[in-house]
Design a binder for this molecule. Structure first.
Ligand code: IMP
Length: 182
């Protein structure tokens, strides 16, 4: 079965839920007097379980929309991102909160933030990520809200995949080494 592939659990479902509760409370506090409804932007597919849990604890009127974004890694065009699904909601002049599963090199989010500010003309763009891997950063990203910081190891579960699998694990874990294809 799928769960037999997990070498160790880094964060349990209960720990993630508790962290979402804390982050949601903080976000509620920070945005409650902004005068416009927050637009929550989920980055598919990885952010889905985190977003679903987090929004339960945001006690504000919010809009929710999704984007599909990927970065070109290891090429000269590392300064650009591919947007295969863009926002369907007007973002001009609004406060945006981008929800991501993990910030790794930072290429995706640094470019996306720039896009949302300059092209979509958002008033503000902040980031909430479930995980942060600071040791791998290539581009600076201003992360306002972070669930957990992790070492440089490949993690799966709670939205995070390996070859599109394991997103449905209810916790965050590390795969058994023999299952990675090098
Ligand atoms: P980056 O910050 O532009 O490098 O891209 C982050 C993206 O890489 C995330 O949205 C994930 O899809 C993927 N990623 C990075 N590290 C991991 C990991 O440890 N497990 C699964 N996916 C990862």
């Amino acid at each position: 079965m799928m769960r037999d592939d997990v070498k160790k659990v880094l964060f349990t479902e209960q720990e993630i839920t508790e962290r979402c509760r804390q982050l949601g409370k903080q976000i509620t506090e920070d945005y409650k007097d902004r005068g416009n409804d927050l637009l929550i932007v989920g980055i598919l597919k990885g952010s889905l379980p985190f977003l679903a849990e987090l929004i339960k604890y945001i006690d504000l009127y919010v809009d929710i929309d999704f984007m599909i974004v990927s970065s070109y890694e290891g090429t000269e065009s590392s300064g650009s991102i591919k947007i295969s699904h863009d926002l369907g909601t007007e973002a001009e002049g609004r406060d945006l909160l981008v929800v991501e599963d993990i910030v790794d090199t930072g290429l995706t989010l640094s470019n996306l933030t720039e896009y949302l500010l300059s092209e979509k003309k958002a008033r503000s763009v902040e980031i909430v990520t479930l995980l942060n891997k600071p040791s791998r950063r290539l581009e600076e990203v201003n992360i306002k809200y972070c669930g957990f910081e992790i070492e440089n190891e490949f993690v799966i579960g709670y939205g995070l995949d390996y070859n599109q699998k394991y997103r449905n694990l209810p916790y965050i874990g590390v795969l058994k080494e023999e299952l990675y294809q090098h």
